[in-house]
Design a protein around this ligand. Structure first.
Ligand SMILES: [Fe+2]
Length: 394
């Protein structure tokens, strides 16, 4: 296993490109800046992608857009855990509206759908044919993203993930043209989230930061985002769960989620996400919850061979003992993470999500197919390693 820091010392930092929205607005009320963004560009009409839960939440924005004489086409409620068929339907709807810009207003699923619909608007090929890295041509209309959860980070990432039901796999389209032109991260939109969603989405953001920091392709340019995101979420998740209107806690989680999103393009996630995908595709376990269940078990597997990066996270969280070994400090971090997850009162086992022991070998085979993420993991995983991690989480 190459030591990341040693490689950086001996070979120089590897080249890295950061692709981010040209405009990132953060803060309470910032979502209304989307109106100004469209006005400045004389855009007369916009397609607003929403879910069942964000349709009502979008009312203030819709009112402001209409007051500015911008015609709003409001989507039907979009599903969670969308399929490629859902993405195709959304693209057709966007074409039918003839809107001049698109806004994704929701959690990661809604934003992913808005991203792919806008980016493939003028393409005739099916969206499934763009699965992979760098296969999309340039996008032709402006794309704005307004997250209403603090977790996925899709508002700043080049990824859009959909379920292929035939293959029972989640597949990713990755392209610079999926990075929105503008992201408006408004913590006020998260105040009314139920605690279960707050917890699972925050733990998803936390997993983005942890997997980007402890990653074969980690990079100092991204480490700063990852560490800051980890600190914020550790410090404030419990406060947000105790009082959903705690403005400081909600801002911290929104910022932590944004930091996690900024990790996704240049470094990306690793085996936690690879192993969590079969839980989403086959058992419909919400993405953040699947990550939360697997996270401590996968980190123990990694840390047993490569503890250093986890020990560094422990130090940044003030959990490390300077006289202890890296392995001991990694254990301190993982124990604190396990405590944070259990304090969230989420289901904590695969069995609680409807998985049976007989499902594990099939899930392990499916997860090992997600090579684009596994290549980032600090340790290689065999079939029996993946099955062992699922069994530990069972
Ligand atoms: Fe994620």
């Amino acid at each position: 296993m190459p030591d990341i820091l040693e490689t950086n010392r001996t070979q120089g930092l590897r080249p890295l490109t950061l692709l981010q929205p040209a405009k990132i607005a953060f803060g309470a009320g910032s979502c209304l800046q989307a109106v100004e963004f469209l006005e400045q560009r004389s855009i007369p009409s916009v397609a607003l992608f929403v879910s069942r839960s964000t349709r009502e939440l979008s009312k203030a924005l819709v009112d402001r857009l209409e007051a500015a004489q911008i015609a709003v086409h409001l989507s039907e409620p979009l599903p969670a855990e969308p399929t490629f068929a859902d993405a195709e339907n959304a693209r057709k709807w966007l074409r039918d509206t003839a809107a001049q810009a698109a806004i994704g207003f929701g959690g990661g699923s809604v934003i992913d759908i808005a991203k792919i619909a806008a980016a493939t608007l003028d393409e005739s090929a099916e969206i499934l044919s763009f699965v992979g890295n760098g296969l999309l041509p340039p996008r032709n209309i402006p794309l704005l993203a307004i997250p209403t959860t603090a977790g996925a980070g899709s508002e700043v990432s080049p990824n859009a993930i959909f379920l292929d039901p035939e293959a029972q796999l989640k597949k990713g389209v990755i392209s610079p043209w999926l990075v929105p032109d503008a992201a408006f991260v408004d913590p006020e939109l998260t105040y009314s989230l139920p605690s279960g969603t707050t917890a699972s989405t925050a733990l998803d953001a936390l997993s983005h930061c942890i997997e980007a920091y402890a990653n074969r392709n980690a990079h100092p340019l991204v480490d700063v985002y990852a560490l800051k995101g980890i600190q914020l979420i550790f410090a404030q998740l419990q406060n947000a769960l105790e009082d959903g209107r705690d403005t400081e806690a909600r801002s911290a989680l929104a910022l932590g989620s944004l930091y996690g999103g900024l990790c996704l393009g240049p470094v990306n996630t690793a085996a936690i996400h690879a192993l969590s995908y079969p839980l989403g595709s086959e058992f419909k376990v919400p993405h953040g919850l699947a990550n939360a269940i697997l996270m401590p078990h996968l980190l123990r597997f990694n840390a047993s061979a490569v503890p250093e990066r986890y020990a560094e996270i422990a130090a940044h969280l003030g959990l490390a003992d300077t006289s202890a070994t890296a392995a001991e400090n990694a254990d301190r971090f993982i124990a604190a993470l396990e405590q944070l997850c259990s304090d969230c009162s989420l289901p904590s086992s695969l069995a609680a999500c409807g998985v049976t022991a007989g499902d594990i070998p099939r899930m392990a085979t499916a997860a090992l197919g997600i090579k684009r993420l596994l290549v980032n993991n600090l340790r290689d995983l065999s079939q029996s390693d993946a099955e062992g991690i699922y069994q530990n989480a069972f």
